[in-house]
Structures are given as structure tokens and as C-alpha cells.
Write a protein that binds this ligand. Structure first.
Ligand code: ATR
Length: 292
């Protein structure tokens, strides 16, 4: 009798060597004393469909999907959960009776992180500005609409922002309470004084990317500022916000919280987001931040 292979999962992305998902899932496997593994797999866009469709043949029971494959994964999975249908992107996949199921845990992770890092952040409601209009932005917009915000999407390519708005307008009439609106970056100075929440979902400000150059001087002091990038831990946006006295939430918390449901699917145990895990990831990021 051949020994049963240990379950393995992976994160599928392209140009995402910075990903701390392997470190995080490895920590959970170790601390929970589970047999299993979690790899970083670089898959070029042209190879993604084949890789995803033959996940089991590649030795995986499931995995995370990240930049730039979340939209492609949405089209390729056999079954989608409710959040996936609303967001139009997949960040978590697993095999179920031979079928490829897709979920999206980004919205859940985004909200859990803000609830933890900035309690009461959503109480006042009002205008939430989302920078970016990609797959990550759709998850964030979905989450903000769920919490009752009016959402303004600001994107370099206005047509893409408009597409995002159309995506949500096509949802059933009972949802959401208000529709998001789309704006050009040039409109940002006019919008910022009304914002109660500001989040960057673009890659601007992440390590190796151009800076996100916006002036926060006219943002009201009680507004909470968030960046979903986590390398560097404190992006230029978050640093500027902190200097102006805003409450902030970083992207590392979202990474940790969005990882929980996938791990539970692949390995059968729900892991915890602990200070120890944050410390491990923070020291790894800090250690390598200066390393070019
Ligand atoms: P993700 O799944 O992480 O959202 P994505 O779908 O590739 O990734 O979206 C990336 C987002 O970052 C987009 O909003 C993109 O703006 P465009 O739609 O105009 O491309 C934004 N972005 C990336 N590089 C940018 C840059 N140099 N300046 C402004 N926005 C940028």
C-alpha cells in the first residue's frame, strides 16, 4: 500500500516573489502540527489555465490565486461561492468531488482586518474612496458597500473604473444599498475632503513600484486610511496618514485574515490570526526590506 501523500496547497501568481503566503501557511501547518505543504508557484498568464485545470496533477489540493490571475480564475472555476459572484474574482480554489471550486476571501479579510486594527472605523458611514479598479478593488468595494458606505472609485484608466461600476450595477436590485461611482484621478483633490475612509488597492507604493503621490492635507482627521499592500509594511500613504494623525490599517492584516478560510478548506483546521504570526511576518518583511 502506498503511503498517502500529504496535502499541498500553493499560491499561484506571476512576479509575486514578495508573497508571504508560504511563510504564513507554513507557520500554521507547523504550529498546528499538521502534515502538509504550501508553495509559491510562479505561473505566467499564458500557462495559468492549464495549471489551474490540472491542479491535482501538479500535486495540489487547492491554493490561493493572486496577481494577475484573479479574473482568469473567475472564468475557469467549475463552481463559485456567493462572494465570488458578487466580486467577479477568485482568490481561493479547492477541489470538491473532482470539481474546481472558487471562493473569494479578500472582502472578508479586508473587513476583519479593519475591525481589528481600527475598531469603529465604519460607524459614521459616508464616502469611502477606493483607489484602483482591479480584482482587489472589486472585493474592497463589495466589502464597503456591505458596510453601508457610499463608494467612489478613483482609477488611472477611467474606463476600467466605469466597468467596475457597471459590474456592481448589474447585481440584483435588492443589493447593494447604493451604487459606487467612478472618478478620474484628477478629481481626487475635490473628493478627499468628504472622505471618511480611503484605501489604496493599486500597486502604487508597493516595493519596486512608483510611489502613490497624493496630498492628504485636506482629508478630515477622523478619516481612516488603509493600504492593501504589505511590502513595505508601512507604505508612503500610511506613513503620511500617520503623520497627519489618521488611524491606519496596513495590508498585512488583510493578508492574514484572508488566508484563514483557504487553509481550513485544504487542511481541515481553522487557523488563528495571532500576534505571533504577525510578528513572524513583520520581522521577515523588515529583514528583507532593506535587501533590495
Ligand atoms: P489587482 O488584482 O491586485 O487589483 P490588477 O487587476 O492588475 O490587480 O489592478 C491593478 C490596479 O492598480 C489597477 O487599478 C491599475 O490601474 P489601471 O486600471 O489604470 O491599470 C492600478 N495601477 C497599476 N499601476 C499603476 C500606475 N503606475 N499608476 C496608476 N495606477 C496603477
Amino acid at each position: 500500500m502506498s503511503p498517502r501523500a500529504e496535502p499541498r496547497a500553493c499560491v499561484m501568481g506571476h512576479g509575486v516573489a514578495y508573497s508571504r503566503s508560504p511563510l504564513m501557511h507554513g507557520h500554521w501547518l507547523r504550529t498546528l502540527q499538521l502534515d502538509g505543504g504550501y508553495d509559491l508557484v510562479d505561473v505566467a498568464p499564458e500557462a495559468f489555465e492549464d495549471f489551474l485545470r490540472h491542479l491535482a496533477r501538479h500535486g495540489y489540493v487547492g491554493g490561493n490565486v493572486t496577481r494577475p490571475h484573479k479574473d482568469a480564475a473567475f472564468r475557469l472555476v467549475d463552481d463559485r461561492d456567493g462572494a465570488v459572484e458578487a466580486i467577479g474574482a477568485v482568490n481561493t480554489v479547492w477541489l470538491e468531488d473532482g470539481r474546481l471550486a472558487g471562493g473569494n476571501t479578500d472582502a472578508e479579510g479586508f473587513l476583519a482586518n479593519l475591525d481589528q486594527q481600527a475598531p469603529g472605523w465604519d460607524v459614521a458611514g459616508g464616502l469611502a474612496i477606493v483607489l484602483g479598479a482591479g480584482g482587489a478593488a472589486r472585493a474592497v468595494v463589495y466589502a464597503l458597500l456591505e458596510r453601508g458606505f457610499d463608494v467612489g472609485v478613483v482609477n488611472r484608466t477611467v474606463a476600467r473604473g466605469d466597468d467596475l461600476v457597471r459590474h456592481f450595477r448589474a447585481r440584483p436590485r435588492s443589493w447593494p444599498r447604493s451604487w459606487p461611482r467612478s472618478w478620474a484621478f484628477e478629481e481626487l483633490p475635490r473628493l478627499l475632503p468628504d472622505a471618511r475612509f480611503l484605501v489604496n488597492t493599486t500597486s502604487l507604493g508597493a516595493k519596486g513600484q512608483p510611489p502613490l503621490d497624493i496630498n492628504l492635507q485636506r482629508v478630515r482627521p477622523e478619516a481612516v486610511v488603509c493600504d492593501i499592500n504589505y511590502v513595505p509594511l508601512e507604505t508612503g500613504l500610511l506613513r503620511a496618514a500617520r503623520h497627519l494623525g489618521h488611524r491606519t490599517a496596513d495590508g498585512l492584516g488583510m493578508l492574514m485574515h484572508q488566508g484563514v478560510p483557504g487553509f481550513a478548506r485544504w487542511f481541515g483546521v481553522r487557523p488563528a490570526v495571532t500576534p505571533g504570526l504577525r510578528q513572524l511576518l513583520e520581522s521577515d518583511i523588515r529583514a528583507r526590506e532593506g535587501a533590495g
